[in-house]
Design a protein around this ligand. Structure first.
Ligand code: CA
Ligand code: ZN
Length: 299
């Protein structure tokens, strides 16, 4: 079994169909991605002024990885085997950013120590839950800065995208071209202030390909459920898209009319927020594994 490593010197700032791969892998290969933090490691202490950093170097994603067996029309499965975040983590707030960005307050940088199972926030121990903020594949066309998200993935900031979960992407170009970064030692649903506990680190993944079928949106798999990851210009749009796809999945799976699938969705589909602070908001529609399997999301 090959073990490949992509250093954090290989980074992208936008997902495009023309990205140049920096490493190749086959189905079943395990690949290590070293990642910079979302500030491009420009912030070392709390005195750094946010308006003095180079904003062209934020949200770097490591990669992209070319997966030999992946062709347009297929699905790329990325199994997250482990996530290690480095100490310390960095947080920031700035007027204009985050849920309460309309208020008047100061720009502030905060360094948060990362210990074994906790981050230390002003003496308060907050349980760690390392997760991946940015992960995606080449889009079909156009350019998507790594700070935003769409059906190719991107800056989705899914708190549940942790070690032990998998994420499935539609493949749009040969090789899929997987890139990831923006690790958080911990982040709650919403990413309210616009940052999680931002840290550099390392992610170990296993890649797989499902031939000739693909999901409409990225799909997250945890031990308990599958979730459709829908982007939107606002939460209403993201909720609508996630719901529409969940209803379609249930319709197909159980051969239901729209009306019945719509009702069933009201009983078994949980809508949850990924984040509300990036250029595109994100919602996930979770369906328990009691009712669906991955094939139900692929067509
Ligand atoms: Ca992010
Ligand atoms: Zn981040």
């Amino acid at each position: 079994m090959a073990l490949k490593r992509i250093s954090k010197n290989h980074i992208i700032y936008k997902f495009t169909p023309a990205m140049r791969p920096v490493e190749k892998a086959h189905v079943g290969d395990i690949v290590v991605f070293e990642t910079k933090d979302c500030f491009g490691e420009q912030i070392r202490d709390e005195n750094v002024k946010l308006n003095e950093i180079d904003w062209n170097k934020v949200n770097p994603a490591t990669g992209p990885l070319f997966v030999e067996e992946a062709e347009p029309g297929d699905t790329l499965k990325v199994e997250i085997l482990s996530i290690r975040v480095n100490n310390p983590a960095i947080m920031a707030v700035a007027p204009g950013a985050g849920v309460l960005g309309n208020l008047k307050y100061d720009s502030k940088v905060k360094i948060v120590n990362v210990e074994k199972d906790f981050v230390i926030f002003s003496g308060l121990k907050v349980k760690m839950k390392p997760m991946i903020g940015v992960i995606g594949v080449a889009p079909k066309e156009g350019e998507y800065p790594t700070g935003t998200s769409d059906v190719h993935g991107g800056n989705m900031d899914i708190a549940e995208l942790t070690a032990g979960t998998s994420i499935y992407f539609p493949v749009f170009v040969k090789g899929a071209l997987l890139a990831l970064g923006d690790l958080h030692a911990v982040q709650a649903d919403g990413e309210i202030c616009v940052t999680g506990a931002e840290a550099s680190g390392e992610v170990v993944v296993r890649v797989d390909v499902i031939k000739d079928v693909q999901p409409k949106y990225p799909v997250l798999e945890t031990s308990n459920y599958y979730a459709i990851i829908a982007p939107g210009k606002d939460l209403d749009e993201a909720v609508y898209k996630a719901t529409m796809e969940a209803v379609n999945v249930l319709k197909r799976k159980y051969s239901l009319s729209f009306e019945e699938a719509y009702m069933l969705a009201s009983l078994i589909v949980n809508l949850r927020i990924n984040q509300v602070v990036d250029p595109r908001k994100g919602v996930r529609a979770e369906i328990s594994k009691e009712y669906v399997s991955i094939e139900d999301f692929l067509s």
